[in-house]
Design a protein around this ligand. Sequence first.
Ligand code: AMP
Length: 287
Amino acid sequence: MFIFKRVAHLQDWIQKKKADGRKVGFVPTMGALHYGHLSLVEKSRAESDVTIVSIFVNPKQFNDPADLVKYPKPIEKDLELLYTSGVEAVFLPEVEDIYPSHHSTAIHFDPGPAASTMEGEFRPGHFSGMAEVVYRLLDITKPDNLFMGQKDFQQLSIIRKLIEDFKLPVNLIMCPTVREANGLAMSSRNVRLSPEARDKAGIIHNSLVEAKAAFKTGASVEEIRRNVFEVFKMENFRPEYLEVVDGFTLAKVQSYNDANQIVVCCAVYVEDVRLIDNLIWKQNVLN
Ligand code: AMP
Protein backbone atom coordinates (compact mmCIF):
# COMPACT_ATOMS: atom_id res chain seq x y z
CA MET A 1 0.00 0.00 0.00
CA PHE A 2 1.39 3.40 -1.00
CA ILE A 3 1.01 6.35 1.36
CA PHE A 4 1.16 9.69 -0.41
CA LYS A 5 1.52 12.98 1.38
CA ARG A 6 2.29 15.20 -1.61
CA VAL A 7 -0.25 15.97 -4.32
CA ALA A 8 2.31 15.65 -7.17
CA HIS A 9 3.45 12.18 -6.06
CA LEU A 10 -0.10 10.90 -5.87
CA GLN A 11 -0.95 12.38 -9.26
CA ASP A 12 2.11 10.71 -10.90
CA TRP A 13 1.02 7.37 -9.50
CA ILE A 14 -2.60 7.82 -10.65
CA GLN A 15 -1.51 8.88 -14.12
CA LYS A 16 0.50 5.67 -14.49
CA LYS A 17 -2.45 3.56 -13.39
CA LYS A 18 -4.75 5.38 -15.83
CA ALA A 19 -2.22 5.00 -18.65
CA ASP A 20 -2.36 1.24 -17.98
CA GLY A 21 -6.13 1.42 -18.44
CA ARG A 22 -6.95 0.89 -14.76
CA LYS A 23 -10.23 2.20 -13.40
CA VAL A 24 -9.67 4.36 -10.29
CA GLY A 25 -12.04 4.28 -7.30
CA PHE A 26 -11.87 7.02 -4.68
CA VAL A 27 -13.14 7.04 -1.09
CA PRO A 28 -12.76 10.39 0.72
CA THR A 29 -12.79 10.16 4.52
CA MET A 30 -11.87 12.11 7.62
CA GLY A 31 -10.27 9.04 9.21
CA ALA A 32 -11.16 7.37 12.53
CA LEU A 33 -12.22 4.55 10.29
CA HIS A 34 -14.86 1.97 11.11
CA TYR A 35 -16.66 -0.71 9.16
CA GLY A 36 -18.90 1.93 7.51
CA HIS A 37 -15.86 3.39 5.78
CA LEU A 38 -14.51 -0.07 4.98
CA SER A 39 -17.78 -0.99 3.27
CA LEU A 40 -17.09 1.88 0.84
CA VAL A 41 -13.58 0.47 0.28
CA GLU A 42 -15.05 -2.97 -0.33
CA LYS A 43 -17.50 -1.57 -2.88
CA SER A 44 -14.74 0.40 -4.58
CA ARG A 45 -12.54 -2.69 -4.81
CA ALA A 46 -15.42 -4.56 -6.41
CA GLU A 47 -16.15 -1.79 -8.95
CA SER A 48 -12.67 -0.39 -9.67
CA ASP A 49 -9.17 -1.69 -10.42
CA VAL A 50 -7.37 0.47 -7.88
CA THR A 51 -8.74 2.14 -4.75
CA ILE A 52 -7.46 5.37 -3.23
CA VAL A 53 -8.63 6.45 0.22
CA SER A 54 -7.98 9.97 1.47
CA ILE A 55 -7.81 10.85 5.14
CA PHE A 56 -8.16 14.57 5.69
CA VAL A 57 -9.95 16.24 8.58
CA ASN A 58 -11.23 19.24 6.68
CA PRO A 59 -11.15 22.30 8.96
CA LYS A 60 -13.45 24.23 6.59
CA GLN A 61 -16.45 22.00 7.26
CA PHE A 62 -16.40 22.32 11.06
CA ASN A 63 -18.59 25.21 12.13
CA ASP A 64 -17.78 24.38 15.77
CA PRO A 65 -14.02 24.67 16.47
CA ALA A 66 -14.41 22.46 19.57
CA ASP A 67 -15.78 19.66 17.39
CA LEU A 68 -12.68 19.87 15.17
CA VAL A 69 -10.37 19.66 18.19
CA LYS A 70 -12.29 16.65 19.57
CA TYR A 71 -12.34 14.81 16.23
CA PRO A 72 -10.47 11.50 16.77
CA LYS A 73 -7.26 10.96 14.72
CA PRO A 74 -6.04 7.35 15.20
CA ILE A 75 -3.86 7.38 12.09
CA GLU A 76 -1.79 4.21 12.81
CA LYS A 77 -4.93 2.14 13.34
CA ASP A 78 -6.54 3.63 10.21
CA LEU A 79 -3.54 2.71 8.05
CA GLU A 80 -3.57 -0.82 9.41
CA LEU A 81 -7.29 -1.19 8.58
CA LEU A 82 -6.76 0.14 5.05
CA TYR A 83 -3.78 -2.14 4.51
CA THR A 84 -5.75 -5.22 5.56
CA SER A 85 -8.67 -4.09 3.37
CA GLY A 86 -6.46 -4.21 0.28
CA VAL A 87 -6.39 -0.48 -0.52
CA GLU A 88 -3.67 0.39 -3.08
CA ALA A 89 -3.06 4.00 -2.07
CA VAL A 90 -3.77 6.33 0.83
CA PHE A 91 -3.65 10.09 0.46
CA LEU A 92 -2.70 11.87 3.70
CA PRO A 93 -2.41 15.54 2.84
CA GLU A 94 -1.70 18.44 5.18
CA VAL A 95 -3.97 21.49 5.21
CA GLU A 96 -1.41 23.38 3.07
CA ASP A 97 -1.56 20.68 0.35
CA ILE A 98 -5.33 20.99 0.08
CA TYR A 99 -5.57 24.75 0.56
CA PRO A 100 -2.24 26.12 -0.68
CA SER A 101 -1.65 29.66 0.49
CA HIS A 102 -0.32 30.66 -2.97
CA HIS A 103 -3.55 30.00 -4.85
CA SER A 104 -7.25 29.99 -4.11
CA THR A 105 -9.21 26.74 -4.12
CA ALA A 106 -12.57 28.47 -3.66
CA ILE A 107 -15.25 27.36 -6.10
CA HIS A 108 -18.31 29.15 -7.40
CA PHE A 109 -20.89 26.56 -6.55
CA ASP A 110 -24.46 27.19 -5.55
CA PRO A 111 -25.73 24.08 -3.76
CA GLY A 112 -29.24 25.54 -3.93
CA PRO A 113 -32.04 25.11 -1.38
CA ALA A 114 -30.82 21.59 -0.55
CA ALA A 115 -28.01 23.14 1.48
CA SER A 116 -30.07 25.45 3.63
CA THR A 117 -32.20 22.91 5.49
CA MET A 118 -31.30 20.26 8.08
CA GLU A 119 -27.48 20.07 8.37
CA GLY A 120 -27.21 23.34 6.43
CA GLU A 121 -29.48 25.10 8.90
CA PHE A 122 -27.78 23.79 12.02
CA ARG A 123 -24.19 23.81 10.75
CA PRO A 124 -23.75 27.08 8.84
CA GLY A 125 -20.87 26.95 6.35
CA HIS A 126 -20.59 23.16 6.62
CA PHE A 127 -21.67 22.35 3.06
CA SER A 128 -19.64 25.04 1.32
CA GLY A 129 -16.52 23.74 3.14
CA MET A 130 -17.46 20.16 2.30
CA ALA A 131 -18.13 20.91 -1.39
CA GLU A 132 -14.85 22.80 -1.69
CA VAL A 133 -12.79 19.95 -0.27
CA VAL A 134 -14.54 17.27 -2.33
CA TYR A 135 -14.08 19.35 -5.49
CA ARG A 136 -10.39 19.80 -4.67
CA LEU A 137 -9.91 16.08 -3.93
CA LEU A 138 -11.68 15.11 -7.16
CA ASP A 139 -9.54 17.58 -9.07
CA ILE A 140 -6.40 15.98 -7.60
CA THR A 141 -7.42 12.34 -7.99
CA LYS A 142 -9.67 12.49 -11.08
CA PRO A 143 -11.25 9.13 -10.21
CA ASP A 144 -13.62 7.13 -12.40
CA ASN A 145 -15.77 6.21 -9.38
CA LEU A 146 -16.51 8.14 -6.21
CA PHE A 147 -17.93 6.21 -3.23
CA MET A 148 -19.95 7.97 -0.54
CA GLY A 149 -22.22 6.73 2.24
CA GLN A 150 -25.98 7.06 2.52
CA LYS A 151 -25.24 7.84 6.18
CA ASP A 152 -24.59 11.44 5.05
CA PHE A 153 -27.53 11.61 2.66
CA GLN A 154 -27.69 15.39 2.38
CA GLN A 155 -23.94 15.60 1.77
CA LEU A 156 -24.26 13.05 -1.00
CA SER A 157 -27.14 14.96 -2.62
CA ILE A 158 -25.06 18.13 -2.66
CA ILE A 159 -22.08 16.32 -4.19
CA ARG A 160 -24.40 14.89 -6.84
CA LYS A 161 -25.34 18.47 -7.74
CA LEU A 162 -21.68 19.56 -7.66
CA ILE A 163 -20.81 16.80 -10.14
CA GLU A 164 -23.71 17.80 -12.39
CA ASP A 165 -23.04 21.54 -12.23
CA PHE A 166 -19.32 21.21 -12.99
CA LYS A 167 -19.91 18.30 -15.42
CA LEU A 168 -17.27 16.26 -13.62
CA PRO A 169 -16.53 12.95 -15.36
CA VAL A 170 -17.03 10.80 -12.27
CA ASN A 171 -19.55 8.17 -11.36
CA LEU A 172 -21.02 8.74 -7.87
CA ILE A 173 -21.94 5.53 -6.06
CA MET A 174 -24.05 5.60 -2.88
CA CYS A 175 -23.25 2.86 -0.35
CA PRO A 176 -25.82 1.80 2.29
CA THR A 177 -25.44 2.82 5.94
CA VAL A 178 -23.62 0.27 8.06
CA ARG A 179 -24.98 -0.05 11.58
CA GLU A 180 -23.95 -1.38 14.97
CA ALA A 181 -25.86 -4.41 16.29
CA ASN A 182 -28.46 -2.20 18.04
CA GLY A 183 -29.17 -0.19 14.86
CA LEU A 184 -27.01 2.86 15.65
CA ALA A 185 -25.38 4.13 12.44
CA MET A 186 -21.63 3.63 12.65
CA SER A 187 -19.83 6.94 13.03
CA SER A 188 -16.36 8.11 14.04
CA ARG A 189 -18.10 10.06 16.78
CA ASN A 190 -19.62 6.96 18.45
CA VAL A 191 -16.40 6.30 20.40
CA ARG A 192 -17.10 9.49 22.36
CA LEU A 193 -20.36 8.04 23.74
CA SER A 194 -20.43 6.30 27.12
CA PRO A 195 -21.24 2.56 26.77
CA GLU A 196 -24.75 3.18 28.20
CA ALA A 197 -25.46 6.04 25.79
CA ARG A 198 -24.13 4.06 22.84
CA ASP A 199 -26.47 1.29 23.77
CA LYS A 200 -29.48 3.60 24.12
CA ALA A 201 -28.69 5.45 20.87
CA GLY A 202 -29.97 2.46 18.88
CA ILE A 203 -33.41 3.97 19.55
CA ILE A 204 -32.74 6.62 16.89
CA HIS A 205 -32.75 4.15 14.02
CA ASN A 206 -35.49 2.03 15.55
CA SER A 207 -37.78 5.08 15.90
CA LEU A 208 -37.29 5.96 12.22
CA VAL A 209 -38.10 2.37 11.24
CA GLU A 210 -41.26 2.38 13.36
CA ALA A 211 -42.49 5.78 12.19
CA LYS A 212 -42.52 4.69 8.55
CA ALA A 213 -45.80 2.78 8.87
CA ALA A 214 -47.55 5.78 10.46
CA PHE A 215 -46.39 8.09 7.67
CA LYS A 216 -47.47 5.62 5.01
CA THR A 217 -50.94 5.44 6.51
CA GLY A 218 -51.43 9.20 6.64
CA ALA A 219 -49.82 10.58 9.81
CA SER A 220 -48.52 14.12 9.28
CA VAL A 221 -44.84 15.00 9.55
CA GLU A 222 -45.74 17.10 12.62
CA GLU A 223 -47.27 14.07 14.35
CA ILE A 224 -44.31 11.87 13.40
CA ARG A 225 -41.85 14.45 14.75
CA ARG A 226 -43.84 14.82 17.97
CA ASN A 227 -44.01 11.07 18.53
CA VAL A 228 -40.35 10.43 17.74
CA PHE A 229 -39.20 13.36 19.90
CA GLU A 230 -41.39 11.98 22.70
CA VAL A 231 -39.38 8.74 22.49
CA PHE A 232 -36.16 10.79 22.60
CA LYS A 233 -37.19 12.39 25.92
CA MET A 234 -34.48 10.47 27.72
CA GLU A 235 -31.61 11.54 29.89
CA ASN A 236 -28.79 12.99 27.77
CA PHE A 237 -30.85 13.02 24.54
CA ARG A 238 -31.52 16.31 22.78
CA PRO A 239 -33.12 16.08 19.32
CA GLU A 240 -32.22 18.84 16.87
CA TYR A 241 -34.34 18.18 13.80
CA LEU A 242 -36.42 15.55 12.06
CA GLU A 243 -37.46 16.20 8.47
CA VAL A 244 -39.13 14.13 5.79
CA VAL A 245 -37.79 15.09 2.38
CA ASP A 246 -37.82 14.31 -1.33
CA GLY A 247 -34.69 12.19 -1.84
CA PHE A 248 -33.75 14.03 -5.05
CA THR A 249 -34.46 17.68 -4.24
CA LEU A 250 -34.43 17.50 -0.42
CA ALA A 251 -37.59 19.62 -0.45
CA LYS A 252 -39.84 18.87 2.52
CA VAL A 253 -42.71 16.51 1.75
CA GLN A 254 -45.99 16.27 3.60
CA SER A 255 -47.38 12.93 2.52
CA TYR A 256 -46.36 9.57 1.12
CA ASN A 257 -47.57 10.43 -2.40
CA ASP A 258 -45.56 13.65 -2.62
CA ALA A 259 -42.37 12.15 -4.12
CA ASN A 260 -40.91 9.01 -5.66
CA GLN A 261 -38.10 8.80 -3.17
CA ILE A 262 -38.82 9.81 0.41
CA VAL A 263 -36.15 10.03 3.08
CA VAL A 264 -36.49 10.81 6.78
CA CYS A 265 -33.44 12.56 8.25
CA CYS A 266 -32.67 13.51 11.82
CA ALA A 267 -29.98 14.86 14.11
CA VAL A 268 -29.85 14.17 17.83
CA TYR A 269 -27.36 15.09 20.51
CA VAL A 270 -26.65 12.15 22.80
CA GLU A 271 -24.50 13.29 25.72
CA ASP A 272 -22.46 15.96 23.90
CA VAL A 273 -22.15 13.95 20.69
CA ARG A 274 -24.11 15.04 17.64
CA LEU A 275 -25.46 12.02 15.75
CA ILE A 276 -27.20 12.06 12.38
CA ASP A 277 -29.16 9.33 10.70
CA ASN A 278 -31.64 8.81 7.89
CA LEU A 279 -33.79 6.15 6.35
CA ILE A 280 -35.22 5.79 2.87
CA TRP A 281 -38.96 5.41 3.46
CA LYS A 282 -39.96 5.14 -0.17
CA GLN A 283 -37.99 4.18 -3.23
CA ASN A 284 -39.79 4.16 -6.56
CA VAL A 285 -37.33 3.79 -9.37
CA LEU A 286 -38.63 5.46 -12.51
CA ASN A 287 -37.09 4.08 -15.66
P1 AMP B 1 -16.42 10.72 7.18
O1 AMP B 1 -15.09 10.14 7.52
O2 AMP B 1 -17.36 10.76 8.33
O3 AMP B 1 -16.30 12.02 6.44
O4 AMP B 1 -17.09 9.72 6.15
C1 AMP B 1 -16.45 9.35 4.97
C2 AMP B 1 -17.43 8.59 4.11
O5 AMP B 1 -17.86 7.42 4.79
C3 AMP B 1 -18.69 9.40 3.77
O6 AMP B 1 -19.06 9.15 2.43
C4 AMP B 1 -19.70 8.81 4.74
O7 AMP B 1 -21.05 8.93 4.30
C5 AMP B 1 -19.27 7.37 4.79
N1 AMP B 1 -19.76 6.73 6.02
C6 AMP B 1 -19.58 7.16 7.29
N2 AMP B 1 -20.23 6.36 8.15
C7 AMP B 1 -20.84 5.41 7.41
C8 AMP B 1 -21.69 4.30 7.72
N3 AMP B 1 -22.03 3.99 8.96
N4 AMP B 1 -22.13 3.53 6.68
C9 AMP B 1 -21.80 3.83 5.40
N5 AMP B 1 -21.01 4.87 5.05
C10 AMP B 1 -20.54 5.65 6.04
